[in-house]
Design a protein around this ligand. Sequence first.
Ligand code: ADP
Ligand code: MG
Length: 230
Amino acid sequence: MKASQIIAKAVKEGRKSLLETEAKAVCTEYGIPITKFKLAKNEDEAVKFADAIGYPAVLKIVSPDIIHKSDVGGVLVDLKNARDVRNGYNQIMKNVKKHDEKARIVGILIQEMAPPSTEVIVGMTKDPQFGQALMFGLGGIFVEVLKDVTFRIAPVTDEEAREMISEVKAYPLLKGYRGMPPADIEAIARILQSTSKLVMEHGEIKELDLNPIMVYRKGAKTVDARIILE
Ligand code: ADP
Ligand code: MG
């Protein structure tokens, strides 16, 4: 399905946010790299899909009622074999039901596990005066504790994307530091520009959050994507 159809479907169903599967399909249309995934409807499918995608695998709850998946025990990473996946599937279902008995469950997402690396985040919020503001920063404590982030009003040019990356205080970490590999700055700049294009072409998007994006020596992978609609 095309991004515009995915968004229209969510609106029609009265949803204010896209499922991770939908948000990632939208990202793919704009060339934003994401982790491979398949949506399992039962335990056997979960194992079948994990076998196909490969181990270690990541399992995540997909529910229109759950926005912050790990807060409810809805994410399991580093599952090493079919038995882990089977147990994990049941564990997530149990965790989610305990949190909210009535949560509607679409399925469980089986995902390729992106190897740990430097984490960055790309976001978009709307400024009442200037419109879509893109945000960039390094993940984890850099954004949550240090608020080390930078903003530009979309559309951002390639040059502006590069400025955003180089002006965060943590920039030296992206160039490689104590065992952390130097990050593919080009790949991040491309993601910023693709995100800019995406939010400009879909004004119905109120907020977007690619958090985290794992960045490697070569390439990057978006591990989680959240899209909130007006
Ligand atoms: P949420 O933000 O809704 O709690 P995420 O999808 O971001 O859920 O998952 C929580 C954390 O689990 C991520 O921040 C990341 O550290 C890890 N994670 C999730 N998916 C993957 C993946 N495919 N590969 C590697 N790590 C992952
Ligand atoms: Mg997340």
